[in-house]
Design a protein around this ligand. Sequence first.
Ligand SMILES: O=C(O)[C@H](CCc1ccccc1)CC1(C(=O)N[C@@H](Cc2c[nH]c3ccccc23)C(=O)O)CCCC1
Ligand SMILES: [Zn+2]
Length: 309
Amino acid sequence: VEFAAAVGSGKGVLGDTKSINTESVTGTYNLRDITKPMYSTGGKIETYTAKNGSTTPGTLLTDTDNVWTDPAAVDAHVYAGVVYDYYYNKLGRNSFDNAGGTMKQTVHYSTNYNNAFWDGTQMVYGDGDGSTFIAFSGGLDVVGHEISHGVTERTANLTYSYQSGALNESWSDVMGNLIENKADNNWLVGEDIYTPGTAGDALRSMSSPSAYGDPENMSQYVNTSSDNGGVHTNSGIPNKAFYNFVTTAGVTRDNAGKVWYRALTQYMTASSQFIDARNATIQAATDLFGAGSTEVTAVTNAWTNVGVV
Ligand SMILES: O=C(O)[C@H](CCc1ccccc1)CC1(C(=O)N[C@@H](Cc2c[nH]c3ccccc23)C(=O)O)CCCC1
Ligand SMILES: [Zn+2]
């Protein structure tokens, strides 16, 4: 068969060896995953390299022996598959567009690029400068965060500024955390790719946003025009609300994810403010678990605790 699914191997950014879904094409291998349900309608996961330039998507990565030696590419590819699986299996969503759209990502964007982003159609990952950051695709929560921007854009499409932008940011942090699902119930964001020389630090904390100088109550909302109105800072308030909700006795991580996803896709809109997110998550929990449920009580208290009432 000319185009066949194959399984290769390679080391990720943190040096861990993992299997990779690739495509074999007469004597060479493409970094293309054709094993997902979306393949029935042509959807794939494809990983490209910008070769330290800034043209995307760049060049589809290939390899001659299916043993891959580009850690940033290995993780971008494998983690995109993990994100696809979460949305498909847990939330019934078929790729970022819910239409089985091919997921593309580009690694080695620019030089020493200390960031990653969703560009409206694909994920783009920098390599970091090696001291403040290492390759951004090495963080599963980061990959989940970026792909979730694609989900948000195709659903509520929360305007990326001020309160709606902070909600946009928070929903990406929440989904990234749910997908990463670390055993130690880690509530940090970007911990795997931030400051390789310092253990235990991160970009943000969802359980204690204030540990990183971010607000965790409406009374601490930061009025600023920088960073599109502080979207990466004020996200601490809805992030803390989610943390409150998911850590309430009787609320599971899977059910919390269902509530957050239903709120985003059924009730929130581009101009939603924090109060609208409160109402959307209460309504979603009511839809899913009933008016007097543990989940409804928990989510109501979660927002009240952060001063969104
Ligand atoms: O997706 C996002 O929200 C962030 C994308 C930011 C961006 C937007 C547009 C063009 C370029 C970059 C990327 C991430 C982020 O939170 N970035 C923060 C923190 C950060 C990363 N690298 C930095 C370098 C300097 C200052 C802050 C940062 C930011 O851009 O604020 C998300 C998870 C990890 C990286
Ligand atoms: Zn983001």
